[in-house]
Design a protein around this ligand. Structure first.
Ligand SMILES: [Zn+2]
Length: 850
């Protein structure tokens, strides 16, 4: 059942639930198409609530019976839940429902994946399991009995009973329903143990399908490192006797932090050198850490309502970034984060889907699991830490855990611990949570009598629902370099709080060169009119690794924009600067590999649009190709040396050092392939003993329009490994020539292994199509109509994945009227589809600006 008109929910309307829950007991009688769920819940009136309406959420449930204190009742049931008359005193609610996990393709609630039962309840999936107050501020302890004839039966908490065909689990920690989880299947464990610093012995298990046992070791090591790190850095210890992770093939997201029973998309946990790339390993380490860290930031302290999602996600992304920086290279991690933020969050923040880190309204909360809530939410915490300092940050976090353990909290609670720790007024800082849009920071310089003056200005363009913007608190980390490259002023943080402010540096012997927004100290767009020569100077000398990389990136962007607009030739400052960096073997190979990166074509389109031009995707593509070719020729002599530096001794390891060498080797191979037509890539492919080398070699062969033989061989070798086959599908679309991209994607959707109901496989093809900028934006609109057609097909099966992928169209207003018309037509086609889901309806109408 669906509503005719979607309802909008507002932050300002929050009221507490009328009842408290003392305990929840659930019994599951598992059956593929007729699972019975029996609930026994002890309610009592909530003294802090004024509204005593007894409403329990429930969707797609078949109510068998319900009783209060043992007396059968007949509640009013709608498609959204039930209402009943209840006593004004503590009472016991019992209900039995029947559900159909076998036909649950939306992958929300209890569903099946390859014969295994599993759940996904965040945000509002528990209401598809039983009638319940499905909101994060309602917390209770759970006991769960599972009856089923599968060998492994898991739920949250500690095991409390077991027999032939049943198992019982008890979770002593009160939790909201979105953290509920159940798994039942024919699974095998990769076991291990961890002793916490207070001596608690914890049994760890990574549960996988038989055959995947060889892909567990890395994930398990990452889990143990995460547990140790959270003790060492945040003083947070694990609090149950067991910690289970389960790998599931059909999963909408990356992973889910259910208490004591994390459920992972198999792509986010299974890894082996033969089947996974270095990037896969790094991502897996980060996601395992992220979900584990949620045990404190999310589970022990949860969100009062879904508007506060950034409370747990922003903080936990920030924590996992700190973890990755500690495990690997901090500058490399920071650069990766900036690249990712600009690629995913900036377009969102500056387009029709723009929303504050804490949104004020939504129709479907699933649509707000966004880069803004997660990644910008993490940046906001990074700024807060920078402003108060490391010591005050640590104190504030201790206070947060002390004061709010066991509670469902708000951003106000979070900021209050910082105010109480530091005495600082964070009223203006809080605008980072309420104002949407990316602030633009403009810098101008003045030099007179030994005094260097920086004038910083900020402005944020209007975003949907927010025409007027107020100045935000922006920490701007600045250092000054002298003419010989020495640092004449070490990094200091300027606090920009006004629309315009000047900062003076006195007693300088000569005019310095300013290095601004070091370490990417705020998630803003920096507009600094440096000359090409100044950028080249910073690329050669900046002592801040982030800004040194940024100088190269800015030079690359400047030359690309001139090539696109003025048919200029590649800039010598860029090519020479890059050459000098590549030659400097004191620099970390991973860092040099990043130096060889270019802004994405979508970023270049945004930069052109911001400067008042209409981006032409084919012109952008061809400028990038030209610059790559010129780079290859310019650094040709260095390539053999880079190849040899990238050689790795000993057995494969996905650690930072080896993967950095492979990243540099791969970047060098990409350039070499432009000169030798793929000859060396073919050799690398033939000799590759790990997926990183195999896949990069294959990709450069495909870009050289060679590699058909290898592509077929790759298929033969890996057709039984679903995660590797996702790569095989995606790579062909990513590496296709622009004109051939829609046709390539279309042909792959006809492949017998294109299981479009599996989110990973669907995204492998359709996500790659949307990311291939010039291919997706082919002038005939073939890319648009192919994607729209598949989204229409997927929507009734999996609304959540469909809605998210609609964001491929979010930048439609950047382009020429021909492309705009084509995209509007496809968006309208989606919008007019009968019975379109609430998720997709909301996304499309926001993108269209309706
Ligand atoms: Zn999370």
């Amino acid at each position: 059942m669906r509503d005719a008109a979607p309802t909008t929910i507002f932050l300002k309307d929050y009221t507490p639930f009328g009842y408290l829950l003392d305990s929840v007991h659930l019994t599951f009688d598992l059956s593929a198409h007729a699972t019975r769920v029996t609930s026994r819940i002890a309610f009592r009136p909530n003294p802090d609530a004024t509204d005593r309406t007894f409403f329990l959420h429930g969707e797609d449930l078949n109510l068998i019976r319900a009783s209060i204190n043992g007396t059968e009742v007949s509640p009013d049931v709608t498609g959204k839940g039930l209402t009943a008359d209840v006593p004004d005193a503590p009472f016991l609610w019992e209900a039995q429902v029947e559900i159909d996990p076998g036909n649950n393709t939306a992958l929300e609630g209890l569903y099946m994946s390859n014969g295994m039962y599993c759940t996904q309840c965040e945000a509002e999936g528990f209401r598809k399991i039983t009638y319940y107050p499905d909101r994060p501020d309602v917390m209770s302890t759970f006991t769960v009995r599972i009856n089923g004839d599968l060998p492994v039966l898991l739920s949250n908490g500690n095991p409390s009973g077991k027999g032939e065909g049943w198992a019982e689990w008890t979770d002593p920690w009160p939790k909201p329903a979105y953290l509920f989880a159940l798994v039942a299947g024919d699974l095998v464990a990769h076991p291990d143990r961890f002793t916490t610093r207070s001596g608690r012995d914890v049994a760890l298990n990574l549960w996988v399908r038989p055959g995947d046992e060889g892909k567990c070791a890395f994930g398990m090591e990452a889990l143990k490192k995460s547990m140790k790190w959270d003790e060492d850095v945040y003083g947070r210890e694990y609090d149950l006797d067991v910690f289970n992770i389960v790998a599931v093939d059909d999963f909408n997201m990356g992973a889910m932090e259910n208490k004591g029973l994390n459920i992972f998309n198999s792509s986010a946990v299974l890894a082996s050198p033969e089947t996974s790339t270095d990037a896969n390993f790094e991502r897996i380490e980060a996601i395992i850490a992220h979900e584990y860290f949620h045990n404190w930031t999310g589970n022990r302290i949860t969100c009062r309502d879904w508007f506060q999602l950034c409370l747990k996600e922003g903080l936990t992304v920030f924590r996992d970034a700190q973890f990755t920086s500690d495990m690997r290279s901090a500058p490399v991690k920071r650069i990766h984060d900036a690249i990712d933020l600009r690629a995913r969050q900036f377009p969102e923040d500056n387009g029709p889907l723009s929303h504050p880190v804490r949104p004020e309204s939504f129709q479907e909360i699933n649509n707000f699991y966004t880069a803004t809530v997660y990644e910008k939410g993490a940046e906001v915490i990074g700024m807060l830490k920078r402003l108060v300092g490391d010591e005050a940050y640590a104190k504030a976090l201790d206070l947060y855990f002390d004061r709010h353990d066991g509670q469902a909290c708000t951003i106000e609670d979070w900021l209050k611990v910082f105010e109480d720790t530091t005495g600082r007024d964070l009223t203006q800082f809080k605008r980072w949570y309420s104002q949407s849009g990316t602030p633009r920071l403009t810098v101008s310089e003045d030099w007179a009598d030994g005094t260097f003056t920086l004038t910083l200005k900020q402005r944020t363009d209007p975003t949907p629902g927010q025409a007027e913007k107020l100045p935000q608190v922006i920490p701007v980390a600045v250092g000054l370099l002298g003419p010989n490259g020495d640092e004449v002023r070490a990094t200091e943080v300027l606090e920009l709080t006004e629309a315009e402010q000047s900062f003076q540096f006195t007693a300088l012997a000569t005019r310095p060169t300013a290095s601004i927004l070091r370490e990417f100290s705020a998630p803003v767009i920096l507009e600094h009119d440096h000359s090409s020569a100044e950028r080249a100077f910073l690329l050669a000398h900046d002592t801040d690794p982030f800004n040194r990389w940024q100088a190269g990136r800015s030079l690359a962007q400047d030359t690309l924009l001139r090539m696109i607009l003025d048919e200029a030739t590649p800039d010598a400052d860029y090519l020479n600067g890059l050459q000098a960096v590549l030659r400097d073997d004191t620099l970390d190979p991973a860092y040099r590999a990043l130096m060889l990166g270019l802004p994405t074509q979508s970023e270049l389109a945004a930069a052109l649009h911001e400067r008042g031009h209409t981006p032409d995707p084919m012109a952008i593509w061809s400028a990038v190709e030209t610059l790559r070719q010129a780079t290859a020729q310019h650094v040709q002599d260095l390539l053999p040396r880079l190849h040899s530096e990238a050689l790795v001794d000993g057995p494969y390891s996905p650690d930072a050092q080896q993967s950095g060498k492979r990243a540099l080797g791969s970047a060098a191979l990409a350039l070499t392939s432009r000169l030798d037509g793929g000859a060396m890539a073919a050799t690398v492919y033939a000799n590759a003993d790990n997926m990183t080398l195999q896949l990069t070699a294959l990709s450069y062969l495909l870009r050289a329009r060679k590699g058909e033989v290898q592509l077929a061989a790759f298929y033969d070798q890996w057709q039984h490994d679903r995660l590797v086959m996702d790569k095989w599908f995606g790579l062909q679309v990513t590496m296709a020539a622009p004109e051939a991209t829609p046709e390539t994607a279309k042909a792959l959707t006809g492949h017998p292994d294109f299981n479009w109901k599996n989110p990973n496989r669907f995204r492998a093809v359709m996500g790659a199509l949307a990311m291939n900028h010039a291919g997706f934006h082919q002038p005939d609109g073939a890319g648009y109509s192919l994607l729209a057609g598949w989204l229409i097909r997927l929507d009734p099966v999996n609304p959540q994945t469909t809605a998210r992928m609609c964001s491929a169209f979010q930048t439609w207003k950047r382009y020429d009227t021909g492309r705009q018309d084509q995209m509007r037509t496809q968006l309208s086609r989606i919008a007019e589809t009968p019975n379109l889901s609430r998720d997709t309806t909301e996304m499309v109408s926001r993108i269209l600006g309706a």
